[in-house]
Design a binder for this molecule. Structure first.
Ligand code: SF4
Ligand code: SF4
Length: 274
């Protein structure tokens, strides 16, 4: 993949992410502004994770599973989940790299870590075992089924951020969801780089599982690779593209591809020519 194409890929991803963040942050404020007039709810309501656009419902798989397990299943639930579900099956954990509204906060966290390092203030980078996120997912979904209460919304950043934005837009203050997001951010900033996404987020775990057979992935042309480690360093999620250790935890963000100085990496369908 040429560097130009890789950079274009990253630019498109950032534009989609910006639109996603805008739905989370902007929709509540517009809804509050138009509350006494007619907010065009037939056009768009909701935010990334749970929305209705032009009459089409869009639900992310974790929230769908939560609704179903807590006894709230209704006709059409699976249909609402199907578009995102199919995308995850084909594109893998792309939701994390393209749509999750926590990503801008994670970027700030990484910048703060970098600044602290420059100032000589050490931060930890704890690597939790990979199985922990699946255990968290099991507890969240199992607990939801056992208690009949949605537990994902208590720890899932897209849901927490959407709730915080609504509270702020309607003048209700920050609330508990903002506290959880702050704890997650502090954990990422001081204890483990992107540690929540890597090892604790139930959404990331579910997307990894559902997208485990995705045909889209990072490929490397060994003859062009100089072992410079740049790709491994820029990856937030602890993948190892330099040594072909990229698994279902990859969010298809393209950072490694755009950073590779020799164009040795590409994001492509399995078997397709690079
Ligand atoms: S792992 Fe969770 S918080 Fe991180 S990007 Fe994915 S959905 Fe968002
Ligand atoms: S391996 Fe590359 S595409 Fe995958 S998450 Fe890491 S930087 Fe992004």
């Amino acid at each position: 993949m040429t560097l130009r194409r890789a950079r274009r890929y990253v630019r498109v991803r950032r534009a989609v992410l910006a639109a996603s963040v805008l739905t989370v942050v902007g929709t509540p404020f517009l809804a509050a502004r138009f509350a006494d007039r007619s907010w065009p709810s037939g056009v768009f309501v909701g935010a990334t994770g749970a929305a209705r656009a032009l009459g089409v419902e869009l639900l992310d798989p974790l929230l769908t599973a939560g609704v179903a397990l807590s006894g709230g299943a209704r006709r059409g639930l699976l249909v609402a989940a199907l578009p995102v579900l199919l995308l995850v099956v084909v594109l893998g954990r792309f939701f994390c790299g393209w749509l999750c509204p926590y990503l801008p906060l994670l970027a700030v966290s990484n910048a703060v870590r970098w600044a602290l390092a420059r100032l000589g203030i050490p931060t930890l980078d704890l690597r939790l075992p990979g199985w922990i996120r699946f255990a968290v997912l099991g507890v969240v979904l199992g607990g939801t089924g056992a208690l009949g209460v949605q537990l994902a919304t208590l720890v899932y950043p897209p849901a927490l951020l959407a709730r915080t934005a609504y509270r702020l837009a309607f003048g209700l203050g920050l609330g508990g969801a903002a506290v959880v997001v702050a704890v997650v951010w502090l954990f990422d900033t001081t204890v483990s780089r992107a540690g929540f996404c890597r090892s604790l987020c139930p959404g990331g775990a579910l997307f990894s599982l559902l997208g485990a057979r995705s045909p889209v992935g990072v490929r490397r042309v060994a003859s062009r690779c100089t072992d410079c480690t740049v790709c491994d360093v820029v990856c937030n999620l602890g993948q190892g593209p330099m040594t072909d250790r990229v698994d279902a935890g990859c969010e298809r963000c393209g950072r490694c591809v755009a950073a590779c100085p020799t164009g040795a990496l590409s994001l492509s369908f399995e078997g397709r020519r690079r």
